[in-house]
Design a protein around this ligand. Structure first.
Ligand code: UDP
Length: 143
């Protein structure tokens, strides 16, 4: 297993429900370390840029509008197989299909407002980390 980094975003619905800490516990309980974090109210431009791969999809406009509807909490997670591990604890995109005990099963209501984002590959994780964090904002553990 490889040591990896991934991006996680607590989306505006979950920030609004005041469950940032509960979601952070899921990461820590799974052995993932938070090595960078920032709260941000995304501009339309930032949300459109982040989700550019979806720009032709029918839900793109609503997705951008949702992601800019309130602050988000963005973090870099580090650990063994961090990308897959984070996807596993997030659960399926549609919370109705998400496995019991996953973040989306427990904190999300619908496929469009689904509590968290997580990078889907190591390659995309590197791009997404660079989108939100400079190298000096990332704090690997020294103890
Ligand atoms: N999404 C949506 N409607 C859909 C599919 C996706 O609103 O039918 C939104 C949802 O917020 C999802 C995001 O677009 O998390 C990105 O979609 P993706 O398929 O990449 O899912 P994810 O990687 O977030 O599970």
């Amino acid at each position: 297993m490889a040591m990896e980094r991934t991006i996680s975003i607590v989306k505006p619905d979950a920030v609004g429900k005041n469950v940032i800490g509960k979601i952070y516990s899921r990461f820590e309980d799974a052995g993932l370390k938070i090595i960078a974090a920032k709260m941000k109210h995304l501009s339309q431009k930032e949300a459109e840029g982040f989700y550019a791969v979806h720009k032709e999809r029918p839900f793109f406009k609503d997705l951008v509008s949702f992601m800019t509807s309130g602050p988000v909490m963005i973090q870099v997670l580090e650990g063994e197989s961090a990308v897959a591990k984070n996807r596993e604890i997030m659960g399926a995109t549609n919370p109705k299909e998400a496995a019991a005990g996953t973040i989306r099963a427990d904190f999300a209501q619908s496929i469009d407002e689904n509590a968290v984002h997580g990078s889907d590959s190591v390659e995309n994780a590197a791009i997404e980390i660079a989108y939100f964090f400079s190298a000096t904002e990332i704090c690997p553990r020294t103890r």
